[in-house]
Design a protein around this ligand. Structure first.
Ligand code: FES
Ligand SMILES: [Fe+2]
Length: 378
């Protein structure tokens, strides 16, 4: 079902397209300090004050379906091990053995375990994190209570996603007014069809900026997706620290305003969300892109892109989704958006400008940077 907010964004874009008025009428520009993207001190503050305390989407629930399904994610520089237990609960633990801190699961890719056996000396933990075996146990004098389990973090499944944090949290409270959108989008009924993970030589906020700006579609994506979209026809609104946005597709010019309410909205506009702080959702006509940004350093980010699809996937559809993912993941995001992010990170070294300039068509980035500043401090 279309959230009413999507119909509203589509209606506003419809008016802009009809009147050929690209500007959003906000008549504003914004300046963001270049050091926000480059300074290791700022990065350390973000880790401490933002990423260590704010709930984050870390996976889609369909990535951890069977008991024993597991994966690792980076939260505030800490590797967390996510696992579904035999009781169907998804739990998060610090990914470090209680003996001498060897990572229990070294890889970033999804895994499947009956128990976690440390490869160094064989300490073993069950899927609830309880320590169940220590080779030569009597050689440890007085080993018991404080090392009898993996150290837990906080995890919840909500809106189809797995959320995690180092601190206790309520995902619905974090989403605020967006929780209603999530309920209607029913992304829990989708599942991951494809996943790609890559390291980007750029600050994580440059990637969020890239997905908040409809101004670049005509130039950067000229040979790929520009043919589907109008030039600079995006609308956005701040929802707490999050941003809800939509970009007009060319098909929007072919409909009648009266029919918008019941129209297949995702064929007319492409809704997107910046879920504060580090997830971006893009709702393409027949699938959803989820981008999770794991900040590794001021100038390095792990970019994890998953494709969510729903319904039966026939062989023919699988082929279609595989091709769509290759086009959007490699052909558009990696070759165009992320390539520019890396170029900006290098360009900032050469630039004489201390401030990054955002025009009226890129103004949503200002809301995002203000939300970061309100948590991390100015
Ligand atoms: S570090 Fe894990 S068993 Fe020794
Ligand atoms: Fe783009």
């Amino acid at each position: 079902m279309n959230p009413a907010s999507h119909v509203d964004l589509a209606r506003r874009l419809f008016q802009h397209v009809k009147t050929n008025h690209a500007a959003t009428g906000k008549d504003r520009t914004a300046l963001v300090k270049k050091s926000r993207y480059m300074s290791p001190e700022r990065f350390a503050q973000e880790r401490e004050h933002l990423f260590a305390t704010t709930p984050q989407i870390v996976a889609h629930a369909s990535e951890l379906v069977e008991p024993g399904a597991c994966m690792t994610v980076d939260v505030a520089g800490i590797s967390l091990l996510l696992v579904r237990g035999a009781d169907d609960e998804i739990r998060a633990f610090r990914n470090a053995c209680r003996h001498r801190s060897t990572e229990l699961v070294p890889e970033d890719a999804p895994c499947r375990k009956k128990a976690f056996v440390c490869r160094y000396h064989g300490w073993t933990y069950d899927l609830t994190g309880r320590r169940i075996h220590v080779p030569h146990l009597p050689s440890f004098d007085g080993l018991d209570a404080d090392r009898d389990a993996l150290v837990p973090a906080h995890a919840h499944v909500h809106g189809g996603f797995v959320w995690a944090s180092l601190a206790p949290f309520d995902p619905a409270a974090h989403l605020g007014a967006l929780d209603e959108d999530f309920a209607l989008l029913d992304l829990g009924a989708s599942r991951v069809h494809a996943r790609a993970s890559r390291e980007v030589r750029g600050n994580w906020k440059l990637i969020v900026d890239a997905f908040l700006d409809g101004y670049h579609i005509r130039h950067l994506h000229r040979d790929t997706v520009y043919r589907f979209f109008f030039d600079a026809q995006s609308e956005a609104e701040a929802v707490g620290p999050h941003i809800r946005a939509a970009t007009a597709r060319r098909t929007l010019a072919e409909v009648n305003e009266i029919t918008l309410e019941n129209a297949p909205i995702r064929e007319l506009v492409t809704p997107s969300y910046s879920i504060f702080p580090n997830t971006v959702l893009v709702l393409h006509p027949d699938y959803t892109s989820v981008m999770r940004l794991e900040p590794l350093a001021a100038d390095r980010t792990r970019f994890v892109h998953t494709m969510l699809v729903s319904g039966e996937v026939s062989a023919e559809k699988k082929d279609h989704f595989d091709k769509s993912f290759a086009l959007i993941d490699q052909g558009v995001f990696a070759s165009e958006d992320l390539a520019v992010v890396e170029s900006i990170q290098r360009g900032m070294q050469s630039s004489a400008d201390e401030l990054m300039l955002f025009g009226e068509l890129e103004f949503a980035a200002k809301w995002f940077h203000d939300a970061v500043d309100s948590v991390v401090g100015d």
